[in-house]
Write a protein that binds this ligand. Structure first.
Ligand code: PLP
Length: 456
């Protein structure tokens, strides 16, 4: 077997990578021209690449490494669990302690009567579960026609056929025959880009009322559920106007439409509460979880389900499950992650230390000529770039060109800030310190200055 190590020259690793490894959301041309950035190790909030650069990870990987990289306790728990019981399934009347303990812990953290967990391997799988779960629920209630699901344009709920269909990204729907039937998309509450002359509050109300119009168009007896992230993440960290979620809640209550809150990014402290639904005042029937559940140390996701749905579904056999549902090593690692979050009071750190420091730093960045505004909730934020912030103008040319340029300047300055179109996205590990936030701001300012010089 070929021995490939961190010590090989970067160019060799890049060539092997381009030759054999198909990457998500990447073209062969990009890989061949530039070569992937090879990350070799990570600790705390810093990544190290194969050239020895120390990069501040302003994205916590893909919004997931909430407790930071390289924690010994997590590795110890994984090793112990692998030796004790590396695998067993939870099908056909079997269970094991890691899955039991994790389900119990999640139920104790979740709000209201969200007290059952159906495990999956990822957020995509969990959202696929949710499609089948809400349709099965209504069928078991004698309403099989109540099967349509309403989501939002530009939402991201995963990449599988079901979850990608729930998502509203048109460039994803162009490939592979999505969306599957019975899924509909209303407009998103993105005031900065789409709000026109309306106040944010009036716009939020108008966008929420599109849900009522869609329910009436489809017939309330045909609509199973509405799905939304409390705050859209991959769509561009779109913090909805304050009027939005209360109106969505009112409409769902009125028409007996279930609410699925996709907490894959917002869950486990990202917005300063355990769940984004608490931050935004939503009362969901199901919450999708993944990412921060294990801080990305192991792949695990799931659906947290309210009592009524869990009892109804469980009164028959739910013909659904994944080989790795409740995987013992992933469950043990996720449980350890939740222990660390609680023992180290990471939510207090977010609310009292990190989020105020981030907010203060972002307020300074907002004065930069390229930065249109700042959207921030806890430790997720976006900076929409604009040539004229007073009018919320877009750049001439293809959307995303300036954002991409800024992302590249961030990389060059050893900072990971992602871009969604011309919005810069921030989601650092929750354990980031004020000193590290200062480093973030210095590098971000330099990247913004260099981008500004290139585009002005
Ligand atoms: N839901 C949301 C809100 C997400 O942001 C993501 C991933 O970014 C997913 C679902 C899909 O999760 P996964 O990539 O674990 O399948």
């Amino acid at each position: 077997m070929a021995h490939i190590t961190n010590h090989m020259p970067t160019a060799e690793l890049q060539a092997l990578d381009a030759a054999h490894h198909m990457h998500p959301f990447t073209t062969n041309d990009e890989l061949a021209e530039k070569g992937a950035r090879i990350i070799t190790r990570a600790k705390g909030v810093y990544l190290t690449d194969s050239e020895g650069n120390e990069i501040l990870d302003g994205m916590a990987g893909l919004w997931c490494v909430n407790i930071g990289y390289g924690r010994q306790e997590m590795a110890d728990v994984a090793a112990r669990q692998m030796l004790e019981l590396n695998y067993y399934n939870t099908f056909f009347m079997t269970s094991h302690v890691p899955a039991i303990a994790l389900a119990k812990e999640i139920a104790s953290l979740a709000p209201g009567d969200l007290n059952h967990v159906f495990f999956a391997g990822s957020g995509s799988e969990a959202n696929d579960t949710n499609i089948r779960m809400v349709r099965t629920y209504w069928a078991m209630k004698g309403k099989p026609e109540k099967s349509h699901i309403i989501s939002r344009k530009n939402a991201y709920h995963g990449s599988s056929m079901g979850s990608g269909s729930l998502g509203g990204m048109s460039y994803m729907h162009e490939q592979g025959g999505m969306p599957i039937p019975g899924i509909h998309h209303i407009n998103q509450p993105d005031w900065w880009v789409e709000g026109g002359d309306l106040t944010p509050e009036a716009f939020g109300l108008a966008r929420a009322q599109e849900l009522e119009a869609k329910i009436l168009e489809l017939g309330a007896d045909n609509v199973a559920a509405f799905i939304g992230e409390p705050i859209q993440g991959a769509g561009g960290v779109i913090v909805p106007p304050s009027t939005y979620w209360p109106e969505i809640q009112r409409i769902c209550d009125k028409y007996n439409v279930l609410i699925i809150a996709d907490e894959v990014i917002c869950g486990f402290g990202r917005t300063g509460s355990w769940f984004g639904s608490e931050t935004m005042g939503i009362k969901p029937h199901i919450m999708t979880i993944a990412k921060g559940l294990s801080s990305g140390y192991q792949p695990i996701g799931g659906s947290i389900v309210c009592e009524e749905i869990a009892q109804t579904i469980g009164s028959g056999e739910f013909n659904h499950g994944y080989t790795y549902s409740g995987h013992p090593v992933c469950s043990a690692v996720a449980l350890e992650n939740l222990r660390i979050m609680q023992d180290e009071n990471i939510l207090d750190h977010v609310n009292n230390v990190a989020a105020p420091a981030l907010k203060e730093g972002l307020a300074k960045l907002a004065e930069h000529p390229l930065v249109g505004t700042v959207n921030v909730a806890g430790l997720m934020a976006s900076l929409p770039l604009s040539p004229r912030k007073e009018t919320r103008s877009k750049f001439a040319g293809d959307a995303g060109t300036v954002g991409y340029m800024c992302r590249e300047r961030c990389f060059a300055n050893n900072l990971v800030m992602r871009h969604v179109g011309d919005r810069m996205i921030i989601s650092p590990p929750l354990v980031i310190t004020p000193e590290e936030i200062k480093v973030f701001m210095t590098r971000a300012t330099k990247a913004l200055d260099e981008t500004y010089t290139a585009v002005k």
